[in-house]
Design a protein around this ligand. Structure first.
Ligand code: GAR
Length: 209
């Protein structure tokens, strides 16, 4: 049984999608803990109701990024994870932290990376007149919103879209590609090859939503 630790900052809908599919599909894994950097992260209640261990490492209680990262790593390591999943975790993690979990740290970002790293991705895609938007699951490297791409989802940008409509369309695809990517990881179906991620069975690593 692989052990998954999920880090959240707020709503936690991607975490919920992973928890649900893990249970429904009988993955060779379980979600060992959900950890938030904010005591008021809504997703904590969902995890607790599912009898998943929860913890809070409040970034405001730590004077430096290094101190926060070190405490976060200490709490994570207590759950002995095979995989750490960033699911709407809105803190930048330092290089030492990222290296500690190298090749077992996944993130989802609401854009078609390498376009639009950082914040306000949907607003920026609309302002740029993009006709396509989407989301990316990737292994985390020290560079922000960067690293080998596991899976991407693509959706159309419609003429009447505002940020809210576009983000909802993208989020629906996140709830498909993130559980799928985590499942592949825990099944040992992902391989890194010169910075690219290959799926063992040649399954599509692209969702057209
Ligand atoms: C998701 O859209 C996720 O892609 C994004 O935050 C949202 C979290 O929603 N993550 C980032 O922007 C990370 N850079 P959720 O809490 O409901 O999963």
């Amino acid at each position: 049984m692989k052990r998954i630790v999920i880090l959240i900052s707020g709503r936690g809908s991607n975490m919920e999608a992973i928890v649900q599919r893990c249970a429904a599909e009988g993955w060779p894994a379980r979600v060992a803990a959900v950890i938030a950097n904010r005591p008021d992260a809504q997703g904590l209640a969902y995890a607790a109701a599912r009898r998943i261990a929860t913890a809070v490492v409040d970034h405001k209680q730590h004077p430096t990024r290094e101190a926060f990262d070190a405490e976060l790593a200490r709490v994570i390591d207590g759950f002995e994870p095979d995989l750490v999943v960033l699911a709407g975790f809105m803190r930048i993690l330092g290089e030492a932290f990222v290296r500690r979990y190298e090749h077992r740290l996944l993130n989802i970002h609401p854009s078609l990376l390498p376009a639009f790293p950082g914040l306000h991705t949907h607003r920026r895609a609309l302002e740029a007149g993009c006709k396509l938007a989407g989301a990316t699951v990737h292994f985390v490297t020290p560079e922000l919103d960067h690293g080998p791409i596991v899976m991407q989802a693509v959706v159309p940008v419609l003429p009447q879209d505002d940020e809210h409509a576009l983000s909802a369309r993208v989020l629906a695809t996140e709830h498909v590609i993130y559980p799928q990517s985590v499942r592949w990881f825990v099944e040992g179906a992902l391989r890194l090859d010169e910075g690219r991620v290959l799926q063992r069975d040649g399954a599509a690593q692209l969702l057209i939503g």
